[in-house]
Write a protein that binds this ligand. Structure first.
Ligand SMILES: [Zn+2]
Ligand SMILES: [Zn+2]
Length: 150
């Protein structure tokens, strides 16, 4: 993401926080900006190393608390299969999310298929299960990495 769109996304996130009456603290803001500079998903400890550049006394709980907050607000998606985090660029509205994760470069693309979301819900309902949250994670090789090979 370009510097300009990262700044725009951050200011959108800040106004969402104001609307919701929650606080975007300097640490949370810093974690958000670090995430906006990543080409793909990043693990909590790598994030912590980068955060220490701005907040030298940052500790693991610092990063986990910031990530919890950012996830609660929908600004960040957790990639469970690789235990990493990626910024969401469509957080203004609640959306179904499928993650396309590249095994080679680690890039993550988000898709938003309502059909996949509905299909899981329909199956769940048959089992009397109430789905509260679902993220489909697909691993493979992204378009860039495929073309780089040829
Ligand atoms: Zn998203
Ligand atoms: Zn790739």
């Amino acid at each position: 993401m370009s510097k300009k769109s990262a700044e725009k996304l951050l200011s959108t996130a800040e106004s969402v926080c104001t609307q919701r009456g929650v606080r975007m603290t300097p640490t949370r803001r810093e974690v958000f900006s670090i995430l906006s500079r990543q080409p793909g998903a990043i693990g909590a400890y790598d994030l912590l190393d980068l955060l220490k550049e701005a907040v030298p006394n940052a500790k693991p709980p610092t990063i986990y608390r910031a990530l919890d907050f950012l996830q609660e607000q929908g600004f960040v998606h957790k990639i469970s299969s690789s235990n990493s985090y990626v910024l969401c660029t469509h957080f203004e509205k609640h959306h179904p999310a499928q993650m396309l994760i590249c095994n080679q470069c680690g890039s993550v693309q988000e898709t938003h298929s309502e059909q996949i979301d509905d299909a899981v819900r329909i199956q769940a309902t048959k089992h009397g299960f109430d789905v509260q949250h679902q993220t489909v994670e697909a691993h493979g090789v992204c378009n860039n990495c495929q073309t780089a090979k040829h």
